[in-house]
Design a protein around this ligand. Structure first.
Ligand code: IDP
Ligand code: MG
Length: 140
């Protein structure tokens, strides 16, 4: 299987509770390598662009508020089958439904404040990485 990259965000509920190291430990324990990482405070415009696919959903306003409420850590992760692997390590969107041992089961507070984002497909992974990182910031 080929080496793949996915895009990750440690959401404001993680930075607020000082859990960035704990979440990164779970990422690395799963065999994913953090090949780019930076802490940013998203603007409303950046959050709206990033989650544009959900613009018509009833939770969109709440989602943008939550993503801009504090700093986040944006990351690119690399590994075998990284996109599916990270979705597995993250767990279900609703933490009550997330499997034992997953990041969301361990750390998420609610459906909204669910600690992490991970890309859902190769096309979105490439777009999301390009939205946040220049080529020379990715060091595998
Ligand atoms: P995902 O993050 O597991 O891919 P998506 O359906 O793409 O889930 O939703 C994006 C994000 O929007 C979720 O991670 C969560 O933060 C938020 N979200 C999704 N559904 C709801 C909801 O019903 N209420 C509040 N926030 C939600
Ligand atoms: Mg999604």
């Amino acid at each position: 299987m080929a080496l793949e990259r996915t895009f990750s965000i440690l959401k404001p509920d993680v930075t607020r509770r000082n859990l960035t190291g704990a979440v990164n430990a779970a990422i690395e324990a799963a065999g994913l390598r953090i090949v780019a990482q930076k802490r940013v405070h998203m603007t409303r415009g950046q959050a709206e662009t990033f989650y544009g696919v959900h613009r018509e959903r009833p939770f969109f306003g709440e989602l943008v508020e939550m993503m801009t409420a504090g700093p986040v850590v944006v990351q690119a992760l690399e590994g075998e089958n990284a996109i599916a692997k990270y979705r597995e390590v993250m767990g279900a969107t609703n933490p009550e439904k997330a499997a034992a041992g997953t990041i969301r089961k361990q750390f998420a507070l609610s459906m909204g404040e669910n600690s992490v984002h991970g890309s859902d497909a190769p096309e979105t992974a490439a777009q999301e990485i390009a939205q946040w990182f220049a080529g020379n910031e990715l060091v595998g």
